[in-house]
Design a protein around this ligand. Structure first.
Ligand code: LFR
Length: 494
């Protein structure tokens, strides 16, 4: 019998956790058990510093060490550590490895108008053909142009550019590494070479020497030396949280879709080939890097961010009760297009939603339950729109949708997804990005053969719930209303 103990550091845009995974197998081909234990969970929020929305990386690092030190103190012999976080954000380091400038968060307004200017300069289709990555105003490409234009004094001190998970890997090991799945979210990687695209770097004002060629997930750039004197390999896993979530999504067929549901909802398929033709550009479909040369062909949907923000603004803590109340509001009374730019980071989400309904001539949600119902109905409608786009791309209907991540605990939204998309839905595992992080470590250690085997292990060891589609009598009328809302000319909204 062989047991592996692995730590996953999994940071999302609203919380972070250090988790312990225990993987046991009697013999190489026998059934395996995989368990997760939460060692430390902590909040992560945007902080307003010097007029900008930023991440408090020092606080996050303190919490990461707190979790790892607890594991160390308990005497568990760790075989590895992996780190995954949200995408697109980065830090700059000077020659001595010290951070220069704040870690600005992607929802900060410094990128306002930048993407449109850069598209004009080089051509939208050129950027897309080079990268295959969706246009989002906060992609690293546009954040860097904003930084090099607006704060040249910071750029002039920089020697290295690291994405957030690579930065924490550097803090734990002292080693510099550029991991591929997260690097792909920058919209600066050339989809053909897998290396940084020199034209795009130039356009952003980024010197080539800040970066090195991205590495495939699974390497171990260095060791973490624990207070008790242990040396633990730190693996560079699929460091983009969504890439890790996809690794753990128990997809059952090549026509299964995943929906990684959290602050964002990421809906897509895993594909051996990229889609960067004109149709894909029109739908703003992204081809983010996956493991083993796969592509994550997906679309970003504004996700539970809308709900999180409304609840925070209205000081509502009992989310399950609010969801129950929302269930009793008549369906599809209030509709918005959740991907409109106005919802990226409005001063008030409640006002932004009401204003969108008002401007579209739709009924305006007043109570918290009506606002919640509006968000869930509208998200489900957008899921359907994107499910249809994906089916079109792959040339076959989606067989089923696997909802994973924290949002998969919202049974009401899961059922809505099945009803509105008219496909079977499975929900779980909840801790998908943590599990994918662990899966990459197990594959790197040759304890698990490949993704297919890992997904079978996930399906055997973690609960899933199933939802069958039901019919709504007057759905077609509401669908037409929703489609009309989508005909605005905005980046995420297409
Ligand atoms: C999800 C996620 C998405 C990415 C967004 C911003 O946590 O990583 O995949 O588009 O955050 O980085």
């Amino acid at each position: 019998m062989r047991t592996h103990h692995l730590a996953a550091i999994d940071l999302g845009a609203s919380s972070g956790r250090v988790m312990l995974a225990t993987f046991t197998r009697q013999e190489p081909d026998s059934a395996a058990t995989l368990t997760l234990k939460e060692i430390h969970r902590f909040p992560n929020n945007l902080t307003h510093t010097d007029g900008m929305d930023t991440w408090d990386l020092d606080d996050l690092e303190k919490h990461i060490l707190e979790g790892l030190n607890r594991l160390d103190a308990s005497g568990i012999p760790l075989d590895g550590i992996g780190i995954d976080t949200w995408g697109v954000d980065f830090v700059l380091l000077d020659e001595q490895g010290q951070r220069v400038g704040p870690a600005v968060a992607y929802r900060d307004s410094r990128t306002d108008g930048v993407m449109a200017r850069m598209e004009k300069q080089i051509g939208r289709h050129v950027i897309y053909q080079k990268t295959g990555i969706q246009f989002m105003p906060f992609n690293t490409l546009y954040q860097l142009r904003a930084l090099t234009e607006q704060q040249p004094e910071i750029a002039s001190k920089a020697a290295h550019l690291l994405m957030i998970p690579d930065y924490f890997l550097f803090r734990l090991t002292g080693q510099l590494n550029w991991e591929f799945t997260n690097a792909s979210t920058t919209q600066m990687l050339n989809i053909t070479t897998g290396d940084w695209d020199e034209d795009l770097l130039k356009l952003a004002g980024v010197p080539r020497r800040w970066l090195q060629k991205p590495t495939q997930p699974g390497n171990s750039p260095g060791l973490w030396h624990s207070p008790r004197g242990r040396s633990v390999p730190v693996f560079s896993v699929a460091t983009h949280d969504t890439a890790s979530a996809v690794v753990a999504a128990p997809l059952t067929s090549s026509h299964s879709a995943y929906l990684s549901s959290g602050t964002w909802s990421l809906m897509g398929i895993e594909s051996p080939k990229a889609f960067n033709h004109a149709g894909a550009l029109h739908d703003n479909v992204t081809n983010e890097g996956g493991i083993n040369d796969s592509f994550r062909v997906l679309r970003n949907i504004m996700g539970l961010w809308l709900f999180q923000r409304v609840c925070r603004e209205l000081n509502i803590q009992d989310l399950p009760s609010l969801i129950t109340l929302a269930k009793n509001v008549p369906p599809f009374t209030y509709l918005i297009n959740p991907n409109e730019d106005r919802f990226i980071n409005p001063p008030s989400m409640v006002s932004a939603i009401r204003e969108a309904c008002h401007q579209a001539g739709e009924a305006v949600p007043e109570s918290p339950a009506e606002l919640a119902r509006c968000i869930f109905d509208s998200l489900a409608m957008l899921y359907r729109k994107i499910a249809l786009q994906l089916a079109d791309l792959q040339g076959a209907p989606l067989e089923d949708i696997h909802i994973v991540g924290g949002g998969s605990q919202n049974q009401f939204l899961n059922q809505l997804c099945a009803d509105v998309c008219q496909v079977n839905v499975s929900a779980g595992p909840v801790e998908a990005s943590t599990l994918g992080n662990i899966g990459c470590q197990l594959m790197a250690l040759s304890a698990v053969k490949d993704t297919a085997e890992f997904r079978r292990i996930v399906a055997m060891n973690f609960e899933q719930h199933h939802y069958l589609p039901r019919i709504h009598a007057d759905f077609a009328i509401h669908w037409r209303r929703f489609e009309a809302l989508c005909h605005v000319n905005e980046e995420l909204a297409v």
